[in-house]
Design a protein around this ligand. Structure first.
Ligand code: GTP
Ligand code: MN
Ligand code: MN
Ligand code: MN
Ligand code: MN
Ligand code: MN
Length: 197
């Protein structure tokens, strides 16, 4: 089993230049709606990948990319036809970096919150326009973040976490959603009850 170690991005980019680098990202939005009486709280975009695993949009940084964030934006155009005039990842959106020595791989992770209306537009455009739709990207998924008021309150989120995830995408999800305050802290704590990070 591969081991993901957290590393600073500066160290990863200087000391491990010879490794492969990939960058993935979380797009999230507040969602005021309810599902069967439960507040949805927020939406987070993930994808069903070509390999059957759930992951974030993004991919390997190519030689033509000047830096990880440029590579990330290019992959977002390929995988979901992201309109960079409307939503573009910036260096400031960096969240976490992990290294896997066994695979000589560095994984950069970014994230940001956007208005819900824009989130919906991105989803629709992906289906209609993305060059990788049906190939690398088999579908966009919204992470279920609603809670029951009693009983097994985080049943929906725990069921979601039982899927297979690419790389350390599950860890990126749990850590990233806290870092960019996808949901209020009390909701986050309830969602994570009984879940190991
Ligand atoms: P091509 O466009 O065919 O070059 O693929 P890609 O560049 O889109 O690469 P991909 O998204 O598959 O990512 C490359 C590497 O990152 C693979 O080793 C994956 O296992 C890993 N990976 C994929 N998705 C995620 C993710 O969401 N999080 C993390 N941490 N790793 C991921
Ligand atoms: Mn129905
Ligand atoms: Mn790709
Ligand atoms: Mn990819
Ligand atoms: Mn690629
Ligand atoms: Mn590709």
């Amino acid at each position: 089993m591969e081991k993901f170690e957290e590393i600073s991005q500066t160290e990863a980019l200087s000391k491990y230049k010879h490794y492969k680098h990939a960058a993935h990202a979380m797009l999230a939005a507040d969602d005021p709606g309810t599902t069967f009486g439960c507040k949805r709280n927020a939406v987070i975009m993930m994808q069903m990948r070509f390999d059957g695993c759930i992951g974030f949009v993004g991919g390997l940084i190519d030689p033509e990319d000047d830096n990880p964030v440029d590579g990330l934006n290019r992959e977002c155009v390929e995988e979901i036809a992201l309109d960079l005039d409307k939503v573009k990842f910036e260096k400031e959106n960096f969240l976490l970096c992990h290294i896997v020595h066994d695979y000589k791989l560095v994984l950069h992770f970014y994230g940001k919150k956007i208005p819900l209306k824009l989130f919906y537009e991105i989803e629709k455009r992906a289906v209609l326009e993305a060059e990788e739709w049906g190939n690398e990207t088999l579908g966009l998924i919204r992470v279920p973040l609603s809670l029951f008021e009693q009983g097994d309150i985080n049943k929906r989120f725990k069921a979601f976490l039982k899927h297979n995830f690419a790389g350390n995408a599950k860890r990126q999800l749990l850590t990233g959603m806290k870092m960019i305050n996808v949901v209020p802290e009390d909701v986050y704590n309830k969602l994570l009850q009984g879940v190991d990070i």
